[in-house]
Design a protein around this ligand. Sequence first.
Ligand code: 5AD
Ligand code: SF4
Length: 495
Amino acid sequence: MINSDNMANSFDISVHSLAGNGRDGLCSGHLPLAQTEEGRRAPSLTVDDHAKQQATFYLETFGCQMNEHDSEKVAGVLLARGYKQVESVEAASVVLYNTCSIREKAAQKVFSRLGEFRFAQRQDQLIGVLGCVAQQEGEKIFTRAPWVNLVCGSASYRKLPQLLAELEAGNRRVTGLETDTDETFETEVTRRDNPWRAYLTIIEGCDKACSYCVVPFTRGPERSRSSASILEEVRKLAGAGYTEVQLLGQTVNSYADPSARGMRFSELLVAVAEVQGIRRVRFTTSHPRDFGKDIVEAMETVPEVCEHVHLPVQSGSTKVLRAMARTYTRDEYLEKIAMLRAAKREISLTTDIIVGFPGETDKDFEETLSLLDAAQYDGAFSFKYSPRPNTPSLKIADAIPEEEKSRRLALLMEKQREIQRARNEKLVGRHFEVMVEGKSRRENQWSGHTSSNKVMNFTSREQESLGDYLQVKVISATPNSLVGEKLSVAAIYGV
Ligand code: 5AD
Ligand code: SF4
């Protein structure tokens, strides 16, 4: 898991080969897509045509797991309205892009998609921009791409049914752009991609105001979901056969139960893990400031809470951390790591790092490299600093040239690769529980994740069932994955 700007998905730590538990789940009914004001993008279909033709949507997602999960909820809302999900733009009556603006490259991707669509668009097609670029650019999207019909940020997804109704009634420009909400987007109709691992957002938005980050602008203020509603959903998920739950939030451990019960994040972890049928509970992303001993204790005492923490450090230099407004020093961060390393369970640790923040000197960068040695991460997502609209860091002088950012990124990735190689090689000979998540085209080859979130590619001569949990012995290692073979029952019990 050495990742960089060049890779598509910054948080992507899951195997996607299993996606799809009935994408067309709720597809029935017909949608009366009416005439628009100008008739331009209006579906020119008669009522009779509609009776024959079902409204369809294509949804493409960019960015983090929060966005992926938002898309699962958005898809659920559309399916419940009678739309059918399709796998190509051509086959869709509504084309939706759920966008990411964390770095400029991600945001640009959306505009190139919109450009492509302009030439491919049919008369009867509508197009919507959702997510962070929608929130960031707002109505300006209509100026830049006048063929867009819907612009909606994540803080307004609760309004989606209403916005869809407006589109269906013929409105040609529909927006949901408010961020001053204290509500979270909850829906009964989420259409999840993976039949065993369920994402579940427990806190939306972010109040941390790191000086480089657009998230507080694009996702609005922190809003936590009530513990009762989270636990009810987890019970339903367990009943539906899910065994792994991944709790999501930009700062998941800043969770603050809004109900009278007032559960702390660590208590919620335990309560989720205690739901019958749940074997694994993951959580991401944690902010170092709110990462307390109580979370480590929950991990120590409850085996269902997975032994992995994603704890973004961003920089190893206290001076840069201060300029980033991260609210901790290098030493304070290292104390958190020491606390994790002292836990009774072995906990794997991953991080995010930004190189080339304005004013980052060679010495500051050296401190980030030396922090890698000290922290011994099992994975690191590293990024070149990208100036983002509205963020305070735009005003910081002393920008680092692009080539220098690239040089630092390459050095950092190379160093981290060697750390991971050494750490993974130490695991050879040990065995771990793995959830079977994918089958390779190669005979007898399977893949899955350990509780510590390491990718395990393994051999088994049996016909395994996806979603099962097996014991796998590590026989070799690479910087990014483990290679293993399934342990027979006899080997596990030493007979
Ligand atoms: N430039 C580069 N990387 C960024 N991140 C957030 N904002 C920026 C930016 N402006 C990175 C941080 C964060 C991760 C999700 O993306 O490392 O933890
Ligand atoms: Fe952005 Fe900082 Fe909030 Fe993370 S904690 S989403 S980096 S502002």
